[in-house]
Design a protein around this ligand. Sequence first.
Ligand code: SAH
Length: 246
Amino acid sequence: MERLRVPLVAILGFMSVIAASLSLPSNALCESSDHYAAARRRMVLYQLKARDITSPKVLEVLGTVKRHLFVGPEFASQAYADHPLPIGEGQTISQPYIVALMTQTLDVKPGEKVLEIGTGCGYQAAVLSHFTDHVRSIEIRKDLAESASRRLKALGYENVGVKHGDGYFGWPEYAPFDAIMVTAAANHVSPFLLDQLKMGGRLLIPLGSATYHQTLTRITKTPKGNEVEHLLGVVFVPMVGKILEE
Ligand code: SAH
């Protein structure tokens, strides 16, 4: 055993020298050694399939998107764990199961136009971009909007447009949308977002008390009015901005 340990340390040292000289993030090496890929597979199996995520496409996408590259290096080792993680400025990225469930529930088809409110680190937007080429996302915190935009570009998610602004007003220049996903807690649905939804379009939102818990709610716009379905109890960080004045 003792004889094995020396070469292993030497190899790891050598690898980090290569990483440093190529200026790769340290977690890139772990990815190449399949560490994160294995964690993703376990996540899909034990957190998603074992619950009620049945969409093969959602399972495939959650098994593909490198969640550890959307969180700070200090949280990368927990990126595939069954809980939310901090992403800075007091905000959080939802646990993988909630991202999967929301994606499965929104059921985005190729070619559809999707709007996300609350870009955060950009992970949910990246997931959505595997379903359609037309994803737009709005983030009210400037630093988060800028870093998510940079991150998405660097990771090759060219089909995601990020805007800094208050998602309460939606994105009128790009409307109407087939689907809207709000990823911050709201005590009501913005009338602007409802207006920007196509007939037959779906809006998914954690609705309820912004400080306690909410009910994940799906609203479908129909000629007879809005169809409302209450799906699941959830806890999201609060939506801020104009909504607080209403
Ligand atoms: N979907 C994100 C996580 C969302 S956390 C991800 O995958 O990382 C909720 C985000 O909503 C936070 O980043 C918060 O700043 C943002 N937010 C809160 N109120 C908002 C508003 N009115 N418009 C746009 N973004 C808002």
